[in-house]
Design a protein around this ligand. Structure first.
Ligand code: ASP
Length: 315
């Protein structure tokens, strides 16, 4: 039996204490704490890493504060199009969906793709048809509505600007002032199996069916017992181009780096060079864990059987 470890994130970016009210900070920490406790309990009761990451994401998707499931950002057309992926490091099975609408928990649909389709990645209307066929829970548009996301979108909907989660800025301002509200989880269970999951509404005012890194296996999400499980958050386009999650795995597999060394290299060297702001959480099959980001903050939490426990926001 090995150490078991649970990690979650709720997005990274320019998250500063001075921009936060005590009530909002409390609500974020409470949301993270709840998802962490429930998913850690899955591991404690001998459950699998894959079930633990799914349990964490369902709770965070149901929490309107985070940009995934309920509370997802609005697209150019004023709807929510959501992306999610899940991967099991024990057999490299994976499932992902992109641009799905009205699905209460996109991570449930991604898991269904992994388990009960002959495919890995479904998108748009086809993915929604599959959700209906498999009896995945749907919700009306009103369920996903949140006033603050709506206001963010209203401020830029008549422009060609797009914005990452909370920001309403022009593109060059985006490079300086970004917050990313994507959610993710990684886990190592008591049998030494690892898993990763990520879910997001993507970017405010996104159009043309834009898809970020979150649902792309290898970019925003990856898990392999031989190396690590990784879930990313940040400027999706850059994470896709740098194949960020798989790059951590490769640095461990081919260069013999430790989990922390590999994550540090990708987040603080390679992504920084490409102006890729954001971060990632990671765990290996021995239960070693790291949460690394190059932005001002990352909503994050960690709990492990060797006594480590942390829920935090700022650097
Ligand atoms: N990576 C996500 C995307 O580009 C955004 C985020 O992390 O919040 O869709």
């Amino acid at each position: 039996m090995s150490n078991f470890t649970m990690l979650i994130h709720g997005g990274a970016g320019t998250i500063l204490k001075e921009d936060m009210t005590p009530a909002l900070e409390h609500a974020y920490l409470e949301g993270l704490q709840m998802a962490l406790s429930v998913s850690y309990a899955v591991l404690e009761q001998g459950g699998t890493a894959i079930n633990a990451v799914k349990a964490a994401l369902v709770l965070l998707e149901d929490n309107v504060l985070f940009n995934a499931g309920r509370g997802a950002v609005f697209t150019k057309k004023g709807v929510q199009e959501m992306d999610a992926a899940i991967m099991d490091g024990s057999d490299l099975s994976a499932g992902a969906v992109a641009g799905v609408r009205n699905v209460r928990n996109p991570i449930e649909l991604a898991t269904e793709v992994m388990r009960n389709s002959n495919h890995v990645f479904l998108s748009g209307k086809g993915a929604n048809d599959f959700a209906i066929k498999q009896g995945i829970k749907l919700e009306p548009d009103e369920y996903f509505f949140s006033q603050f996301r709506y206001d963010q979108w209203k401020a830029i909907r008549d422009s060609d600007n797009y914005s990452l989660d909370h920001t309403n800025h022009h593109l060059e301002e985006l490079m300086r002032d970004k917050k990313f509200g994507t959610i993710g989880a990684v886990a190592c269970d008591s049998n030494g199996n690892v898993a990763a999951a990520t879910s997001t509404g993507g970017m405010t005012n996104k159009k043309y069916g834009r898809i970020g890194d979150s649902p792309m296996i290898g970019a925003g999400t990856y898990a392999n017992n031989a190396t690590c499980a990784i879930s990313c958050t940040g400027h999706g386009e850059i994470f896709i181009r740098s194949v960020a999650a798989y790059d951590v795995s490769c640095l461990m597999e081919y260069k013999g780096l430790s989990l922390r060394e590999a994550m540090d290299k990708v987040v603080n060297e390679k992504l920084v060079k490409m102006q890729g702001e954001g971060g990632m959480i990671g765990v290996d099959a021995k239960g070693n864990a790291a949460m690394i980001f190059n932005s001002a903050g990352m909503y994050r939490g960690l709990k492990s059987s060797n006594g480590l426990q942390e829920v935090s926001i700022y650097k």
